[in-house]
Design a protein around this ligand. Sequence first.
Ligand code: PEP
Ligand code: MN
Length: 348
Amino acid sequence: MQTQTHTHHLQLVAGPCSAESEAQITACAQALRDIGGLVFRAGLWKPRTTPGTFQGVGEKGIPWLLRAERETGLMAATEVATPEHLRLCLDAGLRCFWIGARTTANPIMVQELADLTASRPSAVSRLYVKNPVNPDIELWIGAIERFRKAGLTDIAAVHRGFSTTQAGEYRNAPLWSIPIELRRRMPDLPILCDASHIAGKRALIPGLARQAVQLGFDGLMLEVHPDPETALSDAQQQLTPNEYHRLIASIDIPTQALPDRELTELRQQIDEIDAALWQLVLERQQAASRIGIYKRRKGLPVLQTERYAKQLEARLRWAREHGLPPETARQIMQALHEAAVLKQLTES
Ligand code: PEP
Ligand code: MN
């Protein structure tokens, strides 16, 4: 564990999934206090999927977070899911919040929270907006814009993965292309990775956190609990403070360098491959169009399920044999097939 206070180059948010008791909050914040600039998180109102599970301690935990702030100098953050939550916290003096994945998916609630923020200028110091549970970047951007319009300037996005049928080993599918697209659309917006909620299991957290930092994310939101085994929510995905300190200390942060000759040449190779690839995609579409004309002439339906299933199967097998991620192969095949089908429906 660190002995000296130091400010990390990443934006760090860490703390338990839920505030459970004053002792747990105090112990956890003390264990993290050495990392200057860290924001201490703890959920008070828990938007749990299943009724009957621990729903959070609610308002009762606000003084615990204020005490943690006083005693450690860290800023505390909690999730607000309704204007009432936000009002209670602001009246008590909390300043930092996150919008949970289920709330981001609800524009009416987001707008009500934004309106309250606008009516209390400067009361909110920083806001984290998690991605919506469903893979819809417009909802994510829309929520961020609603808070920007309300006058908030210190906003960061938090990538916590998406509920899909293709999450594989993860609790929530990372779908990296969505935060990558967010970076393209809002280049100045800091993006943090909540590897805990993507992973769902402790063992997968370090790998995901490293990937996010390598990718160029600005920080990490991670769940840390003094005794994860006994946690009342998300027990499988919380790190001990020691595990957290070890992970953070071991992460290398890439530096942003200007492209040199070597990189320019390597990129040239990619550009040439892409040019050939796009030419082939164009030729594939032209071939699809000729088939479309044939199908129309013979009165055949555009969708030939059996042929498509065979093609997809063959590509997935080929991908596995050649070490290409099957998920990538599936996405490419699906996109090519969809483009061909649309071509046959609309143009042939
Ligand atoms: C949480 O941060 O504990 C939480 C409930 O997250 P999410 O909204 O990402 O599910
Ligand atoms: Mn959680």
